[in-house]
Design a protein around this ligand. Structure first.
Ligand code: AP5
Length: 209
């Protein structure tokens, strides 16, 4: 199944995608993770996008579309994928339609108050990128990743100013995609407010799994 995960920053898209990989048997592709890996590697792409991510703005469409087009040409995603964080603008959605046919778009619905709470408490592993939360998803040992033993840190774009900017950018540029995909008849709404286990159940119901 070819899926898009849509929703505001901090809605839980990455957390759900990590669980959905086994449910839909498809790889998780996160454009945010691709950019953060490039920044960590200090590659030309990373150097170009670091200040953009830190400020909560979007990377330009041309760069982002090129990356995703290349990734979706790889063998492991020909039968399915979970696209998390792409598309984020109407031009990105239109470009995607030119090189892949999406089956369903899952829209994770959550109010701003929950976004602030979730992103303010998020801790991310420097090694494997897995997310934890200081209240809702504590690691076994404080500051250490349960999976790879890496150091947990606060993303630069999880500071209050950047979160506000990301929400603004989401409303202006990404939220119009909800109607765009609803009109195409492939949008499924999921209530993302409850605990992770309940969101997983809501997700399964929304896709009839
Ligand atoms: P990206 O990494 O995609 O950021 P995002 O969309 O803002 O999403 P997040 O990763 O912040 O949140 P999430 O919904 O995955 O939530 P999570 O599961 O972590 O993009 C980063 C940047 O890259 C962008 O700002 C932009 O600059 C650039 N970029 C990326 N894609 C781009 C594109 N297509 N075009 C242009 N630029 C692009 O959960 C959050 C926290 O809540 C965690 O701590 C988690 O443990 C906790 N949590 C999750 N679910 C629950 C729950 N049900 N209950 C309680 N806590 C929960």
């Amino acid at each position: 199944m070819k899926l898009i995960f849509l929703g505001p920053p901090g809605a839980g898209k990455g957390t759900l995608a990590a669980k959905a990989v086994d449910l839909v048997k498809a790889p998780h592709i996160s454009t945010g993770n691709i950019f953060r890996a490039a920044i960590a590697a200090q590659s030309p792409l990373g150097l170009k996008v670091k200040s953009i991510l830190d400020s909560g703005q979007l990377v330009d469409d041309e760069t982002t579309i090129g990356l995703v087009k290349e990734r979706l040409a790889e063998a492991d995603v020909q039968c399915g994928y979970i696209l998390d964080g792409f598309p984020r603008t109407i031009p990105q959605a239109e470009a995607l339609a030119g090189f892949s046919t999406v089956d369903r778009v899952v829209n994770f619905d959550i109010p701003d108050t929950s976004v602030l709470e979730r992103l303010g408490g998020r801790r991310t592993c420097r090694g494997c990128g897995k997310n934890f939360h200081i209240v809702f998803g504590k690691p076994k040992q404080e500051g250490i990743c349960d999976h790879c033993g890496g150091e947990l840190y606060t993303r630069d774009d999880d500071r209050e100013e950047a979160i506000k900017k990301r929400l603004e950018v989401y409303r202006e540029q990404t939220a119009p995609l909800i109607d765009y995909y609803r009109k195409k008849g492939i949008l499924a709404d999921v209530d993302a407010r409850p605990a992770v286990e309940t969101v997983v159940e809501n997700f399964k119901k929304s896709l009839g799994l």
